[in-house]
Design a protein around this ligand. Structure first.
Ligand SMILES: C[S@@+](CC[C@H](N)C(=O)[O-])C[C@H]1O[C@@H](n2cnc3c(N)ncnc32)[C@H](O)[C@@H]1O
Length: 201
């Protein structure tokens, strides 16, 4: 086990103890496989939390850089302190703020986007990242099947009030990605459902 493995274990324990949502064990293989197949140089992440998926990505791709956006300043600070312990901090920029507000201020092209922030904003995030994508970009969105309530068996009932906006917005996200010209999308059921949208394949 290298030091990064030990740090990732520590982060998993931290996440469990503090009930911080990080990429689940079930969803990790889809995330890592898509990264390895795509070999992106510039990654954009919406929803840093404590930096777990960002560190996984930087470890998997030693040439890659990541810009990751987190609305919660305390989470962003925790992510920065974990990143400092990896030696990857020169390849990572943690921005604090709402992704929907920061996206229009970003420049440069990204060849991999990981959407993992407020689920009720996924359609806005999809539209907001479009000007930032390279011609062969991949957009990965986590939790798109949210507890089986978004589509498929068990999703027929009108979602209960507390989940309604989220579920309807996730359905809109899936409609958008499936109908987007120049993209092919596959929904992986692992974890809470992960949508992978490849551009121009
Ligand atoms: C599921 S967690 C991210 C987990 C992280 N990607 C990982 O796998 O290690 C979602 C994060 O998105 C943040 N968030 C929620 N809405 C946001 C928004 N509109 N803009 C930026 N961050 C947001 C939350 O504070 C939370 O830390």
């Amino acid at each position: 086990m290298d030091n990064i493995d030990a740090l990732l274990d520590e982060m998993e324990q931290y996440a469990r103890e503090n009930e911080t949502p990080i990429l689940t064990e079930a969803a990790r293989p889809v995330f890592l496989r898509t990264l390895r197949e795509t070999l992106p140089r510039r990654i954009l992440e919406l929803g840093t939390a404590i930096g777990y998926s960002a560190i996984l990505a930087l470890r998997t791709l030693p040439e890659a850089e990541i810009v990751t956006i987190e609305r919660d300043a305390a989470f962003a600070e925790t992510a920065r302190s974990f990143l400092r312990r990896t030696g990857y901090e020169a390849r990572a920029k943690v921005l604090v703020g709402a992704a929907e507000a920061l996206l229009p201020t970003l420049s440069g092209a990204f060849d991999f986007v990981f959407i993992d922030a407020a689920k009720s904003r996924y359609p806005d995030f999809w539209l907001g990242v479009q000007p930032l994508l390279t011609s062969r970009a991949v957009v990965v969105a986590d939790n798109v099947l949210f507890r089986g309530l978004v589509e498929g068996e068990g999703s027929e009932a009108w979602p209960k009030h507390s989940y309604r906006t989220m579920v309807l917005q996730l359905r809109e996200y899936l409609r958008l990605v499936r109908s987007a010209p120049g993209f092919r999308t596959k929904i992986f059921p692992e974890g809470d459902g992960m949508a992978v949208s490849w551009r121009n394949e």
